[in-house]
Structure formats: structure tokens, C-alpha cells
Ligand binder design. Structure first.
Ligand code: GLN
Length: 326
């Protein structure tokens, strides 16, 4: 690494550490308990990791601690469904409009009966149904394999979280059956729901999430392993939907304050992606009332400001982050 690159890298590491110091004492929010097993998380856990699109890792805190990916699985599963069925077919089953409602709301788009988008549960369950329809009994293996390739290591599921959600996921089952009622999903809704519960229970740490995000910022190729993971043509679709819908009914405020595609999960993960530049991941299980990690939001707001990441920031330094390194 040249001296200038090393200096820039050290500076980013210090910035990440200063974010940890600044937000560590924020204990706003509550750990999710509606999936009983999630209630066992240590509320104080806090990790931050930034991975650049050329594969440099800057991390601090509990960046090694594993937690379940939950809804952060949704954009990646959506990318796989787009690749499997093609965008035209997928759009017959799920839309691309922000719903402005909670992630678990029981509602479909008037007129079409499609879920509004693939980031809310109704849309994600539809995507799982499309993946199950395509891969059948291989579906979970395919999904786990793809997520592992994006993270650059072999991932596995948390069996107790999976069983906990499978036992108590009545609301998601209701959504699944509503989708079946309107002919939005193929017949085998129980298998689709099982796939959905499993995909949400995949264990990741903060570093995995940041590498998965960096895979999207690096045009679909994992910047550390070099493996092509997602079709470059679909990465744009995945990022667009993360930008407009990734933070549920906070997506508008997020676009306003942070200005980059992102996705959160109820176990406390957040991942934000800056095209061709870097990815930020944070883990902190205390959630705000919308189900987004409180510290995760604060860290991303601050890092976006410090690094000039917002897509419409007139300085938009983030877009030339790597250029400055060359
Ligand atoms: N598995 C969770 C659910 O379906 C995912 C929700 C989330 O992370 N927002 O309720």
C-alpha cells in the first residue's frame, strides 16, 4: 500500500473507532422480543465495520459477534429471485413502491394485490415463494451458498432462532395465506414460509454484513475473495429497492439524512452501501419503534456526514473516496 493509501486507511479506522466512542453510551430503544429467542441478545453489544469496494476492512467493537441476519436477507434473496425468474416475472408478484407502513403490515397493493415491495415481510415471503418454486428442495442450500459467497465464508443458521420464529410466526403465516388467497404465490406456501424463516435465521457478524454490502458496492463481486456473486445487472435493482424501501417506514427520513441504499434487521444489524465505494455495517440490538437499530441509524447518519456519502450531497466526497487513494 502506498503511504497515502495507508494514511487514508488509518484515518478511516480512527473515524470508525470514534463513532464507537461517540455512540457507545446511547442506550435508546429495546431489543426485539416478538421472536422470543431474539430477546436473549445482549443489549449492550455494539460493533461497526466499514469495508471498501477494494476489500479493506476497518472495524471496531463486537464486530465478530454473530446475530441473525433477519430482514437484511431480503435484498439478497430478491437479487436471487430476479436472476432466477427475470425482472418481468418477479414484478408480476411483487412491486417496487415504498409502503410507508410497518415491516409486518398486512396489506397488499390496491388493484394488483401484489405486496408493495420486497423489503416488507409480505414482499419478502413472496420472494421466498418464488425461490422455492424455482429451486424446490435445494432452495435453502442455494440461498445459504449465495449468502456465504457474498460474505466470503461458510455461513450457517441459528437453529434456536429459526425454531423460535417458526413456532411463533403466526402473523407471517397469515400474510402467506393472504398471498395465496390472491394467487400471488404458488401453492406450497408452507415450504415458502419455512424458507423465509430459515433465511432470516442465518448467522452473520458485523464484518460479514459489511463484506456482503461491499460485494454490492463492488458491482456484485466479493472484493476479498474476488468471486462474482450477483449478476451485475441485478445489483442496480437490489440497491434501488434498498434506497427506497430498505428502512421501512423510516425510508424517507433515511434517504433525507443518510442518502444511500441500506437495509436493517430486527436482530440489530444495519448495512448501508455506497456504489463502487464502500459498505458500512453496524450491530446493536436495541431497536427504535420502527424496528431499526437505534445506534445503527446514528452511526450511519454520522458516517455519511463525515465521509460525504449522501448521493445528493453537493460535496459528495464519498463518491471519490477510492479515487483519492490512487
Ligand atoms: N424474521 C423477521 C420477521 O419476519 C424479520 C423482520 C425484520 O427483520 N424486520 O418478522
Amino acid at each position: 500500500m502506498t503511504e497515502a493509501r495507508q494514511e487514508r486507511s488509518d484515518w478511516l479506522q480512527e473515524l470508525v473507532e470514534s463513532m464507537y466512542e461517540k455512540h457507545a453510551s446511547n442506550n435508546a430503544g429495546e431489543v426485539a422480543t416478538y421472536i422470543p429467542e431474539l430477546g436473549k441478545a445482549n443489549p449492550d453489544d455494539f460493533g461497526i465495520c466499514v469495508v471498501t469496494a477494494d476489500g479493506r476492512i476497518h472495524e471496531t467493537g463486537e464486530s465478530d459477534k454473530t446475530f441473525t441476519i433477519q430482514s437484511i436477507s431480503k435484498p439478497f434473496a430478491y437479487g436471487m429471485a430476479l436472476e432466477a425468474h427475470g425482472p418481468d416475472e418477479v414484478s408480476k408478484h411483487v412491486g417496487v413502491e415504498p409502503s410507508g407502513d410497518a415491516f409486518n403490515s398486512i396489506e397488499l397493493e390496491p388493484g394488483t394485490n401484489r405486496p408493495f415491495n420486497p423489503m416488507i415481510n409480505a414482499g419478502a415471503i413472496t420472494v421466498s415463494a418464488l425461490l422455492y418454486d424455482y429451486y424446490r428442495d435445494e432452495a435453502f442450500e442455494q440461498l445459504l451458498g449465495r449468502f456465504s459467497a457474498a460474505a466470503g465464508r461458510a455461513l450457517s443458521i441459528d437453529q434456536s432462532v429459526y425454531e423460535s420464529e417458526s413456532r411463533t410466526g403466526h402473523r407471517n403465516r397469515a400474510i402467506g395465506h393472504l398471498l395465496l388467497n390472491f394467487g400471488m404465490v404458488p401453492e406450497d406456501i408452507d415450504a415458502a414460509l419455512d424458507l423465509y424463516f430459515k433465511q432470516c435465521s442465518i448467522l452473520v457478524n458485523c464484518r460479514d454484513l459489511a463484506i456482503m454490502g461491499a460485494t454490492l458496492s463492488n458491482l456484485g463481486s466479493n472484493p476479498i475473495t474476488g468471486m462474482e456473486v450477483f449478476d451485475i445487472n441485478r445489483v442496480k435493482d437490489m440497491l434501488s429497492i434498498m434506497f427506497t424501501c430498505g428502512m421501512y417506514d423510516y425510508s424517507g427520513q433515511w434517504a433525507y439524512k443518510v442518502g444511500v441504499p441500506a437495509k436493517s434487521g430486527v436482530a440489530g444489524g444495519v448495512v448501508a452501501v455506497v456504489n463502487r465505494q464502500l459498505s458500512i455495517a453496524s450491530y446493536s440490538p436495541r431497536l427504535d419503534p420502527r424496528g431499526n437499530s437505534s445506534r445503527g441509524i446514528d452511526v450511519c447518519v454520522d458516517l455519511a456526514n463525515e465521509l460525504g456519502l449522501h448521493a445528493f450531497d453537493c460535496m459528495n466526497e464519498g463518491s471519490s473516496y477510492l479515487k483519492a487513494l490512487l
